[in-house]
Design a binder for this molecule. Structure first.
Ligand code: SF4
Length: 303
């Protein structure tokens, strides 16, 4: 966070203004969350968190040697039929708490030596999670903030995050809204995701790492390869090359497995083949991308 505390608190107040009626994501449900109403994501007014832990399975520059202080928030603005986090993203499992309690947990994670605080699927609860982070900063936290998102974001929210977020970790999930609708129950993913990625790049610039190779600022774009090539690698990366050039940091992920509703979906009811993953890598390399993180298929366990 590069903002002074007073300004950071003002930004969080600005985010809170989008909370009720809720327009924290492009769905713009407009529900009165403070009155107990829920929208598409089913998030309520109270902060709900599924887990807080040292996570060693993120990209090497995020997990480093001491892990990432990962906060898995409950609820999500998408409904991916293959979601590996469905108990809390779709079913809402988690624990209600006050932002001050989460701030304490962030400080506990920092005391365990993590490299960053990593908010996973923060959007439906962004004001509450950022409130916790700013509170932890006020109590001495100095770690960078990672905003780990599906990429389905509104510019109105992102602009309020400028200066609060150090590292953006957005997905570039799909290149086709029909596929996004079928797999993730979202009709307008592509335009919102692309506009969000461009805005994130404007805010934080290219990935920066310290002397130990740990990310301190910037953006890593994640692209999960799914069976049958439904993720649209070529079209997505042709767009990205045009929008941001070929030096942007990319993370190509092969950890797909048929979780949640995927076993009921023909074509999605199997693991990825090595050929499918290698084809995606070859495509981004052919398009000229130079900063590509790839996973070892034998080492991923579906984190
Ligand atoms: S965050 Fe949830 S309630 Fe708010 S607009 Fe998005 S889906 Fe609707």
């Amino acid at each position: 966070m590069i903002l002074p505390l007073a300004e950071a608190r003002a930004r969080v107040d600005g985010l809170r203004a989008l909370f009720d009626p809720c327009r924290l994501c492009p769905r713009l449900c407009g529900v009165r969350r403070l009155a107990g109403e829920t929208g598409f994501c089913r998030a309520r007014a109270r902060l709900r968190v599924a887990s807080w832990a040292v996570h060693r399975g993120e990209e090497p520059c995020i997990s480093g040697t001491r892990g990432s202080g990962t906060i898995f928030a409950s609820h999500c603005t998408l409904q991916c039929c293959f979601c590996q986090n469905f108990p809390f993203s779709q079913l809402g499992h988690g624990q209600d708490m006050e932002p001050g309690e989460l701030a304490e947990r962030m400080l506990d994670l920092a005391a365990r030596g993590v490299h960053n605080i990593n908010l996973v699927t923060p959007t439906p609860q962004a004001p509450l999670l950022l409130d916790a982070y700013v509170e932890a900063r006020a109590r001495g936290l100095t770690l960078p903030l990672v905003y780990n998102t599906s990429g389905y974001e509104s510019l109105e929210v992102l602009r309020r995050l400028e200066g609060l977020v150090d590292i953006y970790l957005p997905d570039l999930k799909y290149a086709d809204d029909a596929v996004a609708g079928e797999l993730s129950a979202v009709r307008d993913y592509v335009a919102h995701d692309r506009a969000a990625i461009v805005e994130m790049a404007r805010q934080v610039g290219p990935l920066q790492v310290d002397a130990e190779g740990i990310a301190t600022r910037g953006m890593i774009i994640r692209h999960l390869v799914v069976p049958g090539g439904l993720q649209g690698t070529r079209a997505s990366f042709e767009w990205l090359r045009e929008a941001l050039g070929t030096e942007v940091q990319i993370s190509l992920m092969c950890q797909y497995f048929p979780a949640w509703r995927a076993p009921e979906r023909p074509g999605l009811d199997r693991r990825l083949t090595d050929e499918e993953y290698l084809e995606a890598i070859a495509t981004v390399e052919e398009l000229g991308f130079t900063n590509v993180l790839a996973q070892d298929p034998t080492e991923v366990g579906g984190a």
